[in-house]
Design a protein around this ligand. Structure first.
Ligand SMILES: Cc1cc2nc3c(=O)[nH]c(=O)nc-3n(C[C@H](O)[C@H](O)[C@H](O)COP(=O)(O)O)c2cc1C
Length: 225
């Protein structure tokens, strides 16, 4: 199994996105996966100009020469594509969105209707598994709505109040979640499907009293600053 993993956090190794991605990768490594990982902010990806050259003039090739020249073939070759992102303003971060726009060369210009929705078919019929792992600062799952909508077919890993990973109490509260992330990396790299129950545990939902204590602890830190 080939795992291609992207961390789109501009904070790279210092963020919660990295902690979760590392755990998924550890599980995948245990399963013998071939792993390649990148920080999106290190990649030179020029913005899509909407010229459609990749459809009409040079099918499958963008008019820009940038790092997508090697990222796209790697995506096609991968069995699992993992995308880690913080939520910024209720959405995935800019770098991941730019990368996503630049996958247009992998789409055909034709339109097909599937399940009542119109899509462009893919040039490459491989059916990779995708994972969207998003973290945010507020304790509510509502912050992931856009991200979920952008990648409806991905396996979702959502961690609200991800700053908890850097606090002793939070780390012990989230130990089971991190084990589930490890196991997701392991199971997917073994070619196994995740159970519904496993997928449910990859989306962390805090009870109201935990949410309240997260907010109070945050406000205390703000008051001290
Ligand atoms: C510009 C900006 C916008 C943000 N917007 C949101 C938001 O809409 N909702 C939220 O819950 N957290 C928001 N956050 C908090 C980040 O999602 C949170 O700090 C996350 O842990 C960052 O990921 P990282 O640690 O991997 O860098 C925002 C942070 C920044 C810098």
């Amino acid at each position: 199994m080939k795992l291609l993993a992207f961390n789109a956090s501009p904070r790279k190794t210092r963020g919660a996105t990295e902690v979760i991605m590392n755990r998924f990768i550890e599980g995948a490594r245990e399963a013998g996966a071939q792993i390649e990982r990148h920080y999106v902010s290190d990649l030179m990806i020029k913005g899509c100009t909407g010229c459609f050259s990749c459809w009409w003039n040079t099918p499958g090739k963008c008019v820009h020469n940038d790092d997508m020249d090697w990222v796209l073939p790697r995506m096609v070759d991968a069995d699992i594509i993992y995308m880690g992102t913080p939520i910024y303003n209720y959405n995935i971060v800019h770098g991941l969105q730019r990368m996503r726009e630049k996958t247009l060369p992998l789409a055909m210009p034709d339109m097909v209707i599937e399940g009542g929705e119109t899509r462009h078919p893919s040039r490459v019929k491989r059916g990779q598994q995708t994972v969207l792992a998003a973290v945010c600062g507020f304790p509510d799952l509502a912050n992931f709505r856009q991200a979920e909508g952008l990648f409806p077919d991905a396996t979702h890993i959502f961690l609200p109040a991800a700053q908890m990973l850097f606090q002793d109490e939070g780390r012990s509260l989230l130990a089971g979640f991190l084990d589930d992330v490890w196991d997701a990396g392991y199971q997917m790299s073994m070619g196994n499907s995740l159970t519904d129950e496993h997928m449910r545990r990859l989306i962390v939902e805090y009870p109201d009293d935990v949410k309240r204590s997260i907010v109070e602890a945050h406000n205390e830190r703000v008051a001290r600053a």
